[in-house]
Design a protein around this ligand. Structure first.
Ligand code: DGL
Length: 270
């Protein structure tokens, strides 16, 4: 194990597929000098409809791949994985492993004024109650209203983010939350920030939207700073992408998620 120049090692990020690039994008922006390795488990996507046991197993394999790349920290960008697997992953390695649930929950608790928070995510994330458990750890007086919005994932991947279908789907999913009077909604799925405009249009501008990815990037920076692991190099960090299937498709869609071209996506077997 290399302990020298620990801070120069890359940050590992994994997701069930492409969606975690919304989290990676926040990391690229906030930590431009960091080297980042991204793994999308496109062969086994989606995680959001799979059982807890399966998601934990897949997540362990993703972690092991990133550890083999000698990363200094792991970010579980996938909400469905973060909801169930993080404690298991933390037992496997001594390097910091963080998910998106805690940062997203903290931000929501800090934002809400009327103590009514909405959470939207995949079926797996909503069923796990992970956000609810995390929020009530901080504040018992906050009410949580949850809604699974499964179709949002496909809409984001197909680029149907600002059309009539996206708006109708959002209305169908979100009108219940609006009626409950929530003043803050956690976007508890990697893909949902891509639909932010439509979600905002449907919910109205008085409801705060919490992007768990952005909040997670801030937390990564805090942790690296505290542990003196921030990369102090002056040049921009490298970004490497790996996918377990369809690397070309990954590349095409990821350019939509990142809003820029990426050079290469390598196919790997876990
Ligand atoms: N990355 C997943 C999440 O954030 C969405 C896609 C999937 O279901 O795998 O929950």
């Amino acid at each position: 194990m290399l302990t020298k120049n620990l801070h120069r090692r890359p940050i590992g990020v994994f997701d069930s597929g492409i969606g975690g690039l919304t989290v990676a994008k926040s990391l690229f922006e906030l930590l431009p000098n960091e080297n980042i390795i991204y793994l999308g488990d496109t062969a086994r996507l989606p995680y959001g409809t799979k059982s807890k046991e399966t998601v934990i197993l897949y997540s362990i394999e993703c972690l092991k791949f990133l550890l083999s790349k000698n990363v200094k920290m792991v970010v579980v960008a996938c909400n469905s994985s973060s909801s169930v697997a993080v404690p298991f992953l933390q037992k496997i390695t001594k390097i910091p492993v963080i998910g998106v649930i805690e940062p997203g929950s903290t931000a929501a608790v800090n934002k809400t004024v009327n103590n009514k928070i909405g959470v939207i995510g995949t079926m797996g994330t909503i069923k796990s109650n992970a956000y609810k458990k995390q929020v009530t750890k901080y504040r018992k007086d906050v009410e949580i209203f949850s809604q699974a919005c499964s179709l949002f994932v496909q809409l984001a991947e197909d680029g149907w983010t600002d059309n009539k279908i996206a708006e109708l789907t959002a209305k169908e999913y979100l009108s219940g939350l609006k009626e409950k009077g929530v003043d803050t909604v956690i976007l508890g799925c990697t893909h949902y920030p891509i639909l932010k405009n439509t979600i905002r249009k449907v919910l109205g501008k008085n409801i705060e939207l919490i992007d768990s990815g952005e909040e997670t990037a801030k937390e990564v920076k805090n942790i690296l700073h505290r542990k003196k692991l921030l990369n102090t190099q002056k040049k921009k960090g490298y970004h490497k992408f790996f996918a377990t299937d369809f690397p070309n498709n990954f590349k095409l869609i990821s350019e939509r998620f990142l809003g820029r071209k990426i050079s290469e996506v390598k196919k790997v077997k876990l």
